[in-house]
Design a protein around this ligand. Structure first.
Ligand SMILES: C[S@@+](CC[C@H](N)C(=O)[O-])C[C@H]1O[C@@H](n2cnc3c(N)ncnc32)[C@H](O)[C@@H]1O
Length: 385
């Protein structure tokens, strides 16, 4: 059933964490879910989702306003589907545009071919309606037309986010193995952690997990740090609806202090984590110190209810022995500290990690695959009673 005022969108998300994103989107705006694929969610929601999700979502990467969907078996289908759309409502006569295309599946054409066809279709459709030939600017367009081909389906839409929303804008220190903030936020949602529950990231690096925990606790919309959302340049930008969205998001912010801690063994990363937390405006509620995750039983007086952590993975075979020693030392230290506690971790060495946990009395509750960059990692949730 069509809901009046609802528009169709799709969001790109971390593959393997679609369900978390759907729940989060549903908690921010009313949504009617259409379908999900790895890394992709199609749904309908009120047009104000453009502002509420770009500013408030912690789990999505890009929010695309869907203009057309169709079947594609050959390249000319991309032109046909895109040519049927009227772009007048979305691109101003003196605005420039660019087409960005993504393609998943086996096809006889490339994503560059698709972008060229869709670009031509946009120009032809606009010229037929107005007589104006739109300008193409591949570097810094006013409007990005997004085109996604998956197997025999094609979606065409307008990018309302600009750069991926995982780029929060607070990171001043780039840890060499930094976690995407959208994955950190999703892990916190999967952990069953709630603001106010004591939480520790004992290998916190650039402090992404503690910072995201602090932003969630304080109700700070992560998009508030950004001034470059693509929706600002669109002619459908509705300042009144935007300001209402900002007001409603700002009204939920609090300045309380929460029990959020980070430990890091490496002084350089420790300094970087402190700088990031300062830049995010949460240093007053995130306690980051130097410490060894294998000696938690000597550092902490009592177990935090939640540990959420992104330990080193060891990507070279040489590192495997070191990773094993670290994981077993960490799990042993938690056992000595005692429960009850819930541990949520992301690792590309899941068998070693689960082996270490099970040897030290943990029960694994969930193990799911989630893609981080090019790596298929596992998010493991475990409990120690
Ligand atoms: C994958 S990185 C964490 C990155 C972090 N999540 C971020 O987004 O910046 C793992 C971190 O664990 C730290 N580490 C390794 N062994 C440790 C130990 N025994 N105790 C504490 N930290 C440790 C490393 O120095 C590294 O910074």
């Amino acid at each position: 059933m069509d809901v009046p005022g609802f528009r169709r969108f799709y969001a790109t998300v971390n593959p393997g964490l679609e369900d978390v994103a759907v729940r989060e989107i549903g908690s921010i705006v009313g949504l009617r879910l259409i379908e999900t694929y790895p890394g992709f969610i199609s749904f309908e929601a009120d047009e104000s989702a453009i502002y509420l999700l770009n500013l408030g979502s912690r789990t999505i990467h890009k929010l695309i306003l869907t203009l057309a969907e169709g079947r594609i078996t050959e390249l000319s289908d991309a032109y046909r589907v895109a040519r049927d759309v009227s772009y007048l409502e979305y691109i101003g006569r003196d605005q420039s545009f660019a087409v960005r295309a993504e393609r998943i599946g086996v096809h006889s054409f490339t994503s560059v071919d698709v972008a060229a066809q869709v670009g031509q279709a946009v120009i032809d459709s606009y010229r037929a309606e107005t007589g104006v030939r739109l300008k193409v600017d591949l570097r810094n367009p006013d409007v990005e037309v997004f085109c996604r081909v998956r197997e025999d389906r094609i979606w065409i839409g307008i990018n309302t986010s600009g750069e991926s929303l995982h780029k929060r804008g607070y990171r001043v220190y780039d840890h060499p193995a930094a976690l995407k903030p959208t994955i950190a936020a999703s892990m916190l949602m999967l952990a069953g952690w709630r603001p106010g529950d004591p939480i520790l990231d004992p290998m916190c690096g650039g402090a992404t997990i503690p910072i995201e925990a602090a932003l969630i606790s304080r109700g700070v919309p992560p998009g508030l740090y950004r001034r470059d959302h693509a929706f600002r340049r669109l002619i459908i930008f509705d300042r009144e609806s935007y300001e209402k969205s900002v007001e409603s998001l700002l009204s939920r912010i609090n300045k309380e202090v929460y029990p959020i801690r980070g430990l890091e063994i490496h002084p350089k990363h420790l300094r970087g984590g402190v700088l990031n937390a300062f830049s995010a405006g949460v240093l007053d509620t995130v306690d980051i110190r130097r410490g060894d995750a294998r000696r938690l039983h000597r550092i902490l007086r009592e177990p935090p209810s939640h540990i959420v952590v992104n330990p080193p993975y060891g990507r070279r075979s040489l590192d495997v022995r070191r990773v094993r020693r670290l994981y077993y030392g960490f799990a042993r230290s938690l056992k000595l500290l005692g429960g009850p506690l819930r541990l949520t971790a992301i690792t590309a060495a899941p068998n070693i990690f689960k082996g270490a946990l099970e040897k030290h009395g943990f029960t694994v509750i969930e193990d799911r695959v989630a893609k981080h960059g090019d790596l298929y990692t596992h998010i493991i949730v475990a409990a120690l009673e």
